[in-house]
Structures are given as structure tokens and as C-alpha cells.
Design a protein around this ligand. Structure first.
Ligand code: FES
Ligand SMILES: [Fe+2]
Length: 355
């Protein structure tokens, strides 16, 4: 049973006026995470992979999202298919986690073979079992769609089309020629903290002068602000210290997608829970000139080192049982309130629906 130490806040199309944080148990309690697996991670379109990793027949990407191992594969005719990476026989994997190319879909454990639509084609050397109904032994599908040069998945039932769901966020990205950028590199970092601990940190610039000296030197922090123009995303803005405009868009789409896009490159960052206390931060880098990518990765690593150190110590403090609820800065942390409100509303809705 999820304990709501304060009721969920209503979230409108403007920044909600919230002053309190979520309570510490939202970041520590495995039962909260268990509710989020359905209320958040099976209820939203989630960026999954760069389109370049899923462009030719047989290419696949397999990854775990909040305890759901899933994969997306390109059929011989170019169609994208996605499934839970869980065999109906005894829960083996169809493809090993990571990416690669598969000529067919054969379970790695005992060799059951499946069609590209997930239906069972053969149960290798199984023996005579009149009770085995092939129609009941299919892979469990997930929804897959492309948006520009990214592939998204949805793990729930009957989602609205991605194009509808992403439209307000897409409008912010429209000025940028993402398709002219080549995919270049992936960086994965494992953080020992709840996914929201890192997301909260991403969503405010209040901490920049304290823990990011290089960013603080580059940005005019008195102009830094984070706005929530729509219930689905927020946007960071800041002038630079040398007076030049930052020239890009720094966007965060609920629940876990950050896109930092410029005229000549972008990094796409995802915050992916692996458990209630472990989070993968995954960066995918794109650029018109791949020589730029090394510098982009170097910059991310510096900032990520600084954020990781703070998020992991914050998590240990949340776990310590001393902190219960904090207050959010109306000047700097309204976007944190927006994000926490969305999670709380989603979890409360799912709890209500389950009772
Ligand atoms: S678990 Fe897949 S064939 Fe046995
Ligand atoms: Fe930071």
C-alpha cells in the first residue's frame, strides 16, 4: 500500500503552485516503485533508441525499463516490432540485452522459434503435448513508433498515437534539423539513487552555482529559469556569460526524456529506473560533424560526475529517515513541483483504479 504523506497536487497546463516536495518515502519505498511501474512506466510513450540503431532488417535493441525487459526489432520488410523479451515457455530471453542483428526470433534458452509477429512457429523437440496451444504461446507485444530520428515504445494497452501525445514537445523541436545529425555515441552511467532523485536534480538550475563550476562560469545564472509551458514538458533557458545566446533548446519531457538540441548537434538523455534504488542515465549523442562528439561527451561527463555525487548522497540522506518533506523554491523549483505532481497524480490514479 502506497502511503501518501500529503495528497497529490492538481496539475494544470501551467506551473502548479506547489510548495512542498514529495515525502522521502516516495524515493525509498519499494512499494512506491512497484506502483510507478504501472502508473508511470506502462502509461507513457518512452524514448527507446536512436533510429539509426533500428534502420535495417534484423537490427534489434534490447533494454530493461523499470523491470520490464523489452526489445524492438526491424522486420525484413522494414516494419518495427516490439515485444517483452520474455519467452512464454520458461521466461528465457529472445535476444540478449544490448543491440545487434537477428535473422529470426529464437529463444536463447531452449530454442522455441517465433514469427516476426510474435506467434509461436515451433517448439523445438518438445514432444507430444496435446495441451500445448500455439495461440497461447506468443510473445507479448509492445507499441513502437518512430518520431523524427528516434524510436519510442509504450508498454501499456491502447495508447494514444505518439504523434498526438508528443505534439507540444515536438513543436519546440521543430526549428532544429535533427535529421541532419548523425548518431555517434552512447554513454550509460549507473547511479545508486531513485530515478526521481536524479530527475528532480535535472529539473532545476538552483544548484548550478554550488556544484557545477564550469557551467556556472559559462552561464549567466541570474537569467537561468525553467518554465513549464505545457503539462508534458518543461524548458530550461539561460543567457551565456559572454553575452551570446545559448542558441539551443533544453527540454524535459515527462517522465524521463531530456533533449538538448542545437543547430549542429544534440544529446538525448534518458533516466531509466532499474530498481527503486538504481537508475541508468543514458545519453545518446548526435552531431552534423562527428568530430564534435568527443567534446560533447567530455562536457557531459564533467557535469554528470558532479550531479551523480550529489544525487547519491541525497539518496542516502533520504534513506536515513531524518528528512520527511521539504519546501520548493517558487523562483527556481516550480518545474520540480510540476514533475513531482505528475508522478503523484499518476500513482494516485493507478492506486484508485486498482481498488
Ligand atoms: S524459455 Fe524459451 S524456449 Fe524455453
Ligand atoms: Fe546538475
Amino acid at each position: 500500500m502506497v502511503r501518501l504523506l500529503h495528497p497529490p497536487r492538481s496539475v494544470g497546463t501551467t506551473v502548479p503552485l506547489v510548495s512542498r516536495t514529495l515525502s522521502a518515502d516516495w524515493y525509498c519505498d519499494p512499494q512506491v516503485y512497484a506502483r510507478e511501474r504501472d502508473a508511470v512506466w506502462r502509461s507513457e510513450w518512452l524514448m527507446f533508441a536512436p533510429g539509426a540503431k533500428l534502420s535495417t532488417p534484423g537490427q534489434y535493441v534490447a533494454e530493461e525499463i523499470a523491470g520490464y525487459p523489452v526489445f524492438v526489432v526491424v522486420e525484413p520488410d522494414g516494419t518495427l516490432r516490439g515485444f517483452h523479451n520474455v519467452c512464454p515457455h520458461r521466461a528465457g530471453v529472445i535476444v540478449w540485452p544490448g543491440d545487434g542483428t537477428a535473422g529470426n526470433l529464437v529463444c536463447r534458452y531452449h530454442g522455441w522459434a517465433f514469427g516476426w509477429d510474435g506467434s509461436l512457429k515451433s517448439a523445438r523437440d518438445f514432444g507430444d503435448d496435446p495441451g500445448l496451444c500455439p495461440a497461447e504461446q506468443s510473445l507479448v507485444p509492445i507499441h513502437v513508433e518512430r518520431w523524427r530520428n528516434l524510436v519510442f515504445v509504450h508498454l501499456g494497452d491502447d495508447p494514444a498515437p505518439l504523434a498526438d501525445e508528443i505534439a507540444p514537445f515536438a513543436a519546440e523541436c521543430a526549428p532544429f534539423d535533427m535529421e541532419s545529425m548523425t548518431y555517434g555515441h552512447r554513454l550509460v552511467r549507473v547511479l545508486r539513487c531513485n530515478w526521481k532523485t536524479y530527475a528532480d536534480n535535472y529539473l532545476e538550475g538552483y544548484h548550478v552555482p554550488l556544484i557545477h563550476p564550469s557551467l556556472n562560469r559559462a552561464l549567466e545564472m541570474s537569467t537561468y529559469r525553467v518554465d513549464v509551458p505545457h503539462d508534458s514538458y518543461c524548458i530550461h533557458r539561460s543567457d551565456t556569460r559572454d553575452g551570446s545566446p545559448a542558441g539551443g533548446a533544453w527540454l524535459y519531457r515527462y517522465p524521463n526524456l531530456a533533449v538538448n538540441v542545437y543547430a549542429d548537434g544534440m544529446n538525448v538523455e534518458r533516466i531509466v529506473p532499474i530498481g527503486h534504488d538504481t537508475t541508468h542515465v543514458v545519453y545518446d549523442y548526435f552531431a552534423t560533424d562527428l568530430d564534435r562528439i568527443e567534446a560533447m561527451v567530455e562536457m557531459s561527463n564533467v557535469v554528470l560526475d558532479e550531479d551523480q555525487a550529489m544525487c547519491e548522497v541525497v539518496q542516502r540522506n533520504l534513506d536515513a529517515g531524518i528528512y520527511r518533506v521539504g519546501r520548493l523554491s517558487p523562483r527556481h523549483e516550480a518545474s520540480v513541483g510540476w514533475f513531482q505532481g505528475r508522478v503523484a497524480t499518476a500513482v494516485a490514479g493507478s492506486t484508485t483504479a486498482a481498488t
